[in-house]
Design a binder for this molecule. Structure first.
Ligand SMILES: [Zn+2]
Length: 472
């Protein structure tokens, strides 16, 4: 979306409080644009879910706003500050600005006067920190010095411990998740009674921090991002990706429906591969769209239509013998099984690979090839073409024919030829499509209609190999 950079510019230059109603209005406007004022067919949560997690990666504007504000935590953490505005904001805080996100007291204690940019940032951080588990308590970045919650540490120095940065963190005083003994904290001298007393206070503070949750010795991914100096490139996108990953930790709900209809269940890794293949299944966006609609079970089957419109028959349009469930229409209908059988036979003949005759292989790209190899193979085009014909016969009593399939694959071949010849990648084109050309030639003799269509294509095809070339 070209509008996204405009919003990101505003969110970053004006890091102020924005009401939830603003984002509700934006969401509604986006919805109207995407669905052309019609009823949405895909839930907002599925639209905004990242593609690699089975969604469509539509920008989630509220999370982009949160990411833009949390990006400021990284600017606050730099010592010395990289941005000129950081020392200005420091003037409004009672503690070092780098320590502000990790303080254990309320944000009004560290910033007593409401501030138009600091207060919304701290409020938002506190809310999303816990909601999305971005930095579980206690954090290794919790301050020991300049911490209003730890009275002996209010001074900038504690037990004369050396530390980098603007404040002493609890991470500096621990090793492998436990508090260092006093002798190791002050190794150069015999501790005075006052130092022993201070250490006991620190021990008490440590106990109160770890009373409910165990201490983790490593930084969370979010803490790591925020404290890297210099910050990693594209930090806003990285934070947004982290927020999305935390918001959508599970697989989308349609995976459960697939698993109920096509056992056995697939592993999470297998699903992630399916998502990857779906969005790289073809350079043709229509094929990608078809694959995603199939994956997300977009198509309205008789079974679903009957639920939406009482009085409509839930039975299959083709055979009329069984309920028109998703898997019946796409795979197990007795009228479509012969089509798939021929497709699988031809796929084996063309690729010399035995593919298990399963709906997962035909519909979900679960084949005995690595995702990257499958994406580059001829096989993916063969299955994509076979699937793409089923919606063309939607609500029809007749299933697709194998001639239509051959025709469809041939038109995909033409497009691939055009693209690859423009990119001067003839070698890839011939390597991928040689066995298809060979297969078409072998079957021409039995099918005059296909021969005629193939000759038409050869007439306009600049790089289609001649029969003698192929024979050689
Ligand atoms: Zn049927």
């Amino acid at each position: 979306m070209s509008i996204l950079p405009k919003f990101l510019y505003l969110f970053q230059t004006l890091p102020i409080h924005v009401t939830p109603s603003f984002f509700n209005t934006l969401r509604s406007l986006f919805g109207k644009f995407i669905w052309a004022d019609k009823r949405p067919r895909v839930a907002f949560r599925l639209l905004t879910r990242p593609k690699h997690r089975g969604g469509l990666s539509t920008p989630h504007m509220e999370y982009y706003y949160v990411a833009a504000l949390l990006l400021r935590l990284s600017d606050w953490s730099m010592s010395p500050p990289h941005k000129l505005w950081v020392p200005l904001e420091q003037k409004f805080l009672q503690v070092p600005i780098a320590s502000a996100p990790w303080q254990t007291v309320s944000h009004t204690t560290i910033c007593p006067t409401p501030h138009p940019t600091i207060s919304p940032t701290l409020r938002l951080w506190r809310r999303y920190r816990h909601r999305l588990d971005l930095s579980p308590l206690p954090s290794p970045l919790t301050p020991i010095t300049s911490n209003p919650d730890f009275l002996p540490g209010r001074q900038p120095s504690f037990l004369d411990i050396d530390y980098d940065g603007p404040y002493l963190t609890i991470q500096t005083c621990t090793v492998e998740g436990t508090l260092l003994p006093l002798e190791q904290l002050v190794p150069q001298r015999i501790p005075s009674p006052m130092e022993v007393y201070r250490y006991l206070q620190l021990k008490h503070f440590w106990s109160s921090l770890t009373a409910h949750q165990p201490y983790r010795s490593t930084l969370s991914p979010f803490e790591n991002l925020c404290t890297q100096d210099p910050p990693p490139p594209h930090l806003l996108s990285l934070i947004y990706a982290l927020l999305m990953a935390a918001e959508y930790p599970d697989l989308p709900s349609y995976t459960t429906k697939w698993e109920a209809e096509t056992p056995p269940p697939l592993t999470e890794r297998a699903w992630l591969d399916i998502f990857h293949i779906t969005f790289h299944s073809s350079r043709d966006l229509k094929v990608q769209e078809m694959n995603y609609k199939l994956l997300s079970r977009w198509y309205l089957t008789p079974n679903r239509l009957a639920l939406m419109h009482p009085g409509v028959s839930p039975d299959c349009w083709r055979c009329g013998l069984s309920r028109g469930t998703f898997i019946h229409i796409w795979w197990s209908c007795p009228f479509i099984v012969p089509y798939w059988e021929v497709v699988f036979t031809y796929v084996k003949e063309i690729t010399s690979m035995e593919i298990p005759f399963t709906p997962q292989a035909a519909l979900l790209h679960v084949v005995p090839l690595s995702p990257n190899r499958y994406i580059k193979s001829l096989m993916i085009h063969l299955f994509n073409s076979a699937k793409s014909l089923i919606p063309r016969h939607w609500r029809s009593e007749s299933p697709p024919t194998i001639f239509e399939w051959i025709d469809q694959v041939s038109s995909v071949k033409e497009m691939e030829e055009l693209h690859l010849s423009l990119e001067n990648k003839y070698d890839i084109y011939f390597k991928t499509w040689y066995w298809w050309s060979d297969f078409v030639m072998k079957h021409r003799k039995d099918n005059p209609e296909a021969i005629a269509r193939s000759h038409e294509r050869r007439a306009i095809s600049p790089v289609f190999p001649s029969e003698t070339e192929l024979a050689d």
